[in-house]
Ligand binder design. Structure first.
Ligand code: SAH
Ligand code: SF4
Length: 357
């Protein structure tokens, strides 16, 4: 095992493999952050190129039956005005996204039971007929539901593990079962979705070891997409007085994820930009290759208040797309014109985890 951060980074570039202790060493010291970010950027360029994939995010309901301590959509939050879009409105927003040039939409919501299998499959089929890829981010569902949505045409599914620490998970997500979260990810893989997961950085009680385990977990399940975001305390939740995560640490976890999973899709997350005004561009230069601009129209994006200070709540989809496009082109990158599926490349790792391409 290496103890020298520079050697650890070099080893990761060569092998795409790191031990837990090595990841902890990288997370502990900020002295070699520049080298870490530059290496992640190089690995990104080599494996997934300069194209940035845009996914249009439709936040279609903020009604949620779950009660995650960190989240503003939690069912016990009475200070939030709830909304849900009708299926026809969701389809209309997707049509608009297509007209703005998006090749993928992400349908995200709280766990809202109004969206039955029948309603969801109708929405998916109608959107699929527009010729774009569909990502779902609607939480924990049954195996049958995941199957039905895949058969209806969904391509990808995002469900963050939030933390791979079982005890912390069950504390942060009361009433939810860590085993079930794992099962969800398993079912999604089994049905052939591109599977996205990820974690929150800076949850109360979360250690650097725990973050190292998160990264190794992403590697172990060979996730196709990893979204990393700082936890941002929400004044309408039980964690209102918590410290929250730092931008630097979130960026480091993201960059190390790129070192060990060189060919996956990694978004520069909205939460990163919320705590750093240039967060997405910095993330794109430290390993990320995806951005998810909001294409929810009108007042709803303000009401989808996972955390405070969310960027662009007063902007239109067209404005968001042109704003991020300019930023991407300013750093010499291009906007992808394809649907942005993971282009699997075999890596050099000894575990064989990435050799299934
Ligand atoms: N209900 C679905 C999707 C919506 S929540 C689900 O839970 O999977 C999407 C993501 O928002 C969550 O995975 C969580 O990581 C993030 N999130 C929630 N509250 C947050 C906060 N206070 N700060 C940062 N991210 C938060
Ligand atoms: Fe609901 Fe998702 Fe928020 Fe948890 S994180 S309360 S499941 S919207």
């Amino acid at each position: 095992m290496n103890k020298n951060p520079i050697e650890i980074i070099m080893k990761a570039e060569e092998t795409n493999n790191l031990e837990k202790e090595e990841i902890v060493i990288l997370l502990q010291s900020d002295e070699h952050n520049d080298e870490l970010f530059k290496t992640a950027d190089r690995i990104r360029k080599k494996n997934v190129g300069d194209e940035v994939h845009l996914r249009g995010l439709i936040e279609f309901s903020n009604i949620c039956k779950q009660n995650c301590l960190y989240c503003g959509l939690r069912r016990d939050n009475e200070n939030i005005q709830r909304y849900r879009l009708e299926p026809e409105t969701i389809i209309e927003f997707a049509q608009k996204a297509v007209s703005y040039g998006f090749k993928t939409v992400v349908l995200q919501s709280g766990e809202d039971s109004y969206f039955s299998v029948d309603r969801m499959t109708h929405i998916i089929k109608e959107i699929k007929a527009l010729g774009i890829a569909i990502t779902l981010s609607i939480g924990e569902k049954t195996k049958e539901e995941y199957k039905a949505y895949k058969e209806a045409g969904a391509d990808r599914y995002l469900v963050r593990i939030e933390t791979s620490d079982r005890e912390l998970y069950e504390k942060m997500d009361p009433g939810m079962d860590f085993e079930n979260r794992l099962k969800c990810l398993e079912y999604l893989k089994e049905f052939g979705y591109e599977v996205g997961t990820g974690c929150l950085i800076g949850l109360p009680g979360q250690s650097l070891e725990s973050l190292a385990n998160d990264i190794l977990f992403f590697k172990k399940i060979n996730a196709d997409m990893i979204g990393i975001g700082p936890f941002i305390p929400n004044h309408d939740t039980p964690l209102k007085d918590a410290d929250g995560g730092s931008f630097e640490l979130a960026l480091k976890v993201m960059a190390i994820t790129r070192l060990v999973l060189p060919d996956i899709n990694i978004p520069a997350t909205t939460a990163m930009e919320t705590i750093n005004p240039n967060g997405r561009v910095i993330a794109l230069q430290s390993g990320a290759n995806v951005v998810m601009p909001n294409v929810t129209e009108g007042e709803f994006r303000k009401m989808y208040a996972l955390y405070p200070g969310k960027i662009c709540v007063g902007d239109s989809p067209v404005k968001c797309k042109s704003c991020i496009t300019d930023k991407i082109e300013d750093i010499g990158r291009t906007i992808s014109q394809d649907q942005g599926f993971r282009k699997k490349k075999s890596c050099n790792c000894s575990g064989g985890c990435c050799k299934n391409s």
